[in-house]
Design a protein. Structure first.
Length: 174
């Protein structure tokens, strides 16, 4: 349906992209694993360590990469009290946004490089998980990918502030 066709129907659904569909599937799978763990533990009196470990590692990927994607779309909550108080002073507001963006960029880069060093050590020393026996570097890679994406989005946001395409922090206000 086109936008005109859905205008009066109350159908305001947006198309779900492939990344959102993948995250939705991963979230549903994590719900399934969590419920499976509860049922096997309390009904069958048997614990499924592989399900618990898989759930834990899936959460790491979902949280870090999901937060990065949400940040990229301006979906993270932000406190804009100081920014709003500077609304009548565009130069100060722009300086504040540049400072915020630069600080978040530095934070993201520190986490990215720290995570990368950790990941290299985990692959070098073959650190494996207890139950699944996978290299822990694959788990840490979720942290590195998420933080690297946050750094890239921070650069994009800084560019928008520098070249006048941003009116604020990009997050939802609280």
């Amino acid at each position: 349906m086109s936008e005109k066709e859905t205008a009066g129907t109350g159908d305001n659904r947006e198309r779900v992209g492939p990344v959102a569909a993948l995250f939705g599937a991963a979230a549903l799978f994590s719900v399934f694993l969590a419920n499976l763990g509860v049922v096997t533990r309390y009904v069958l009196h048997y614990s499924l360590p592989s399900a618990e470990e898989t759930l834990r590692y899936l959460f790491i990927w979902l949280i870090f990469v999901g937060a990065a994607l949400s940040f990229g779309e301006g979906g993270l909550i932000s406190i804009t009290l100081l920014e709003e108080s500077l609304a009548g002073r565009p130069r100060l507001c722009r300086a504040l946004l540049l400072f915020q963006g630069a600080a978040f960029l530095v934070f993201s880069l520190v986490l990215t490089f720290t995570g990368w060093n950790m990941l290299e050590a985990q692959f070098e020393f073959s650190e494996t998980s207890v139950v699944l026996e996978i290299n822990m570097g694959w788990v840490t890679l979720g942290v590195v990918v998420g933080c690297a994406l946050m750094a890239l989005y921070s650069l994009r946001n800084l560019g928008r502030v520098l070249f006048g395409r941003s009116s604020g922090s990009g997050g939802n206000t609280a």
